[in-house]
Design a protein around this ligand. Sequence first.
Ligand SMILES: C[S+](C)CC[C@H](N)C(=O)O
Ligand SMILES: N[C@@H](CCS)C(=O)O
Ligand SMILES: [Zn+2]
Length: 332
Amino acid sequence: MGIHKATALLDDLIEKAGGCAIVDGGFATQLEKHGASINDPLWSALCLIKDPDLVKRVHLEYLEAGADILVTSSYQATIPGFIPRGFSIEEAESLLEKSVKLAVEAREKFWNAVKRNSRHSYNRALVAASIGSYGAYLADGSEYSGNYGPHVSLDKLKDFHRRRLQVLVDAGPDLLAFETIPNKLEAQACVELLEEENIQIPSWICFSSVDGENAPSGESFKDCLDVINKSDKVSAVGINCAPPHFIQTLIQKFKELTGKAIIVYPNSGEIWDGISKGWLPSKCFDDEKFELFAPIWRDAGAKLIGGCCRTTPSTIQAVSKALKESSGLDTF
Ligand SMILES: C[S+](C)CC[C@H](N)C(=O)O
Ligand SMILES: N[C@@H](CCS)C(=O)O
Ligand SMILES: [Zn+2]
């Protein structure tokens, strides 16, 4: 499938969803709600090893809540992360494949069940393979600082991402989701890899932000997006895992900086403490606030909206209700 046809898959979904498709919410957060203990360098990827049934269950919960796109459990799943835990390269690669398979199985199961009901208002969801940033793998919170040190070059970042990208693509997702990219160098690495590997499925690249204005590294979003705008392999750009009160302004900024679709899936507003590996309370959005703001973000120009850490299926249900009601589509 050519890239233009592939991009049509995402465009079709956005159109079917009434102009704005719904991304799922915090994946690791929902694992934890079910009692998973993930205070570990592998974070949510630990459940790929220990509890794949729970991974699938969480995907199903987000589908029921109205997600049009599932993001896989591979955010912090990497070959160099699995090897020190005693896995061979082949086993590590099959864990990556499993992350896609579990989401695809959940999507098929859910879709086969709902499509029998002619009055349902769901779309057949797409599966986006999560590719967490290098900082996610480092497990030191550097996806929120972009501070990778002087020894991390463009080539090093490409080497880090290349094999995982190949394995995930071969496992058959519909999309690729680069998440919490904190600096321009890593954005460039992602874009160059998509070209070098001649990836034929659409991608989104999302940045985190800690000041509401720039990438976490302090580099301007203009500089970061200039790199991405040159590639037709990237269908959407935006923000994930940043506080929700930054989002409206950032959508307006991104509108001026790119012609690509804009995607936003903020966290709740709590702040990640990379040392204790926990969330610190801060100015927060609850589900009602997400319900209120989702149509505002859509009207500001976002084409894909969801939630990230500390949001749950109830958040996505609230977003879905608000977007469907205000676009005239039926709610469940
Ligand atoms: C999106 S953050 C909350 C994920 C966890 C982080 N990479 C860590 O392992 O510390
Ligand atoms: N897709 C990941 C992103 C973490 S920032 C998750 O929801 O857990
Ligand atoms: Zn997050």
